[in-house]
Design a protein around this ligand. Structure first.
Ligand SMILES: C[S@@+](CC[C@H](N)C(=O)[O-])C[C@H]1O[C@@H](n2cnc3c(N)ncnc32)[C@H](O)[C@@H]1O
Length: 315
């Protein structure tokens, strides 16, 4: 089993963040999703005065990152926390604002490869799926206790699964007899629930339901919705936030916040722009960037990445 993670769009992230970090005496950056520390390590090596605040909710990622970054521990402060706590963590360090914030969303390859964590439908394991195994409810508890309506809602909205109702009806029947106890029990049930012609399209039929459960277990979208605006408030003028999303629901949230933040609040129809109501942020480039074919060939995780970046232009 490999417990590694190849950082996605590493050079692109560094290039986009460089503008805010270079030529500063002591730049500060938040790596909100430290993972195995790949992005942090490259940034610490490139910017000798950079100070990083690294956050991850997964204790095993924190342990691995701490080892990997051991020669830079004087320049990185690592927190086992959820990233919507960023403002509180910065306050605890007496830092009011920072020059860069990086979000590399989703799970790391290490988490997917640790089959016992239950993220993968390819290996049989307990239905856990918690990024932080020290708290919160597991996928098993959701399967066992959510109502039919709640299950349909999450599988439909977080998994964008057309056959949510059929899958949930089968879950309700199977759980009554205690027949869903592992990722493979659930993956088999999903496969049986999807009509044969649809099963042949779009990859493993379990992918969408597993994504939905993982989002619900970890409250991924609600946390992202709290974190993006709170973190934008903590950027210095000239500071940049880079977000890499790996599925459309996250990317939509990021896009919406970035659009709102870059719009002037001057009422439409006024002949002049009111400076106090001008947008405080500007997009670094329009839309999102994808990985190159070469990077996708080298790292299949890069296939779905969408990178967005925003800069604070006014206090
Ligand atoms: C894609 S990996 C990051 C990889 C990292 N950039 C690297 O180069 O090694 C995403 C990490 O974010 C963490 N994570 C996801 N959601 C989080 C949240 N809400 N708060 C804190 N950490 C989170 C996961 O535990 C995982 O380790």
């Amino acid at each position: 089993m490999k417990l590694e993670h190849t950082s996605v769009l590493l050079n692109r992230c560094i290039t986009v963040l460089s503008t805010s970090l270079e030529n500063k005496e002591k730049p500060v950056l938040v790596d909100a999703t430290l993972g195995l520390g790949g992005h942090s390590l490259a940034l610490l090596e490139k910017f000798p005065n950079l100070q990083i605040i690294g956050i991850d909710r997964d204790k095993s990622a924190i342990d691995k990152a701490s080892q990997r970054l051991s020669s830079h521990l004087d320049r990185i402060t690592i927190f086992h926390a959820v990233y919507d706590q960023t403002p509180k963590l910065l306050d605890s360090l007496g830092i009011s604002s920072v020059d860069g914030i990086l979000f590399d969303l989703g799970t790391s390859s290490m988490q997917l490869d640790q089959s016992e964590r239950g993220f993968s439908y390819a290996q049989s394991a307990p239905l856990d799926m918690r990024m932080d195994q020290s708290s919160g409810i597991t996928a098993q508890e959701i399967i066992d206790s959510y109502s039919r309506g709640e299950l349909i809602r999450i599988i439909r909205s977080y998994g964008e699964e057309k056959f949510a109702q059929r899958i949930v009806d089968n879950i309700i029947e199977a759980r009554a007899s205690g027949l869903i106890k592992s990722t493979s029990d659930l993956a088999d049930l999903i496969k049986r629930s999807i009509p044969a012609p649809a099963r042949r399209l779009g990859g493993n039929p379990a992918k969408r339901t597993f994504q939905a459960l993982r989002i619900e277990v970890n409250q991924e979208l609600a946390i992202l919705e709290r974190a993006i605006p709170a973190c934008l408030e903590r950027l210095n003028v000239g500071g940049r936030m880079v977000v890499m999303s790996f599925q459309s629901l996250e990317d939509k949230i990021v896009k919406n916040f970035f659009t709102q933040a870059t719009e002037s609040k001057t009422p439409l129809g006024l002949p002049i722009e009111i400076k106090a109501l001008s947008a405080k942020f500007s997009l670094v480039f329009n839309g999102s960037q994808k990985a190159s074919d070469a990077e996708i060939l080298d790292n299949s995780r890069a296939k779905s990445v969408r990178l967005r970046a925003i800069e604070r232009v006014a206090a």
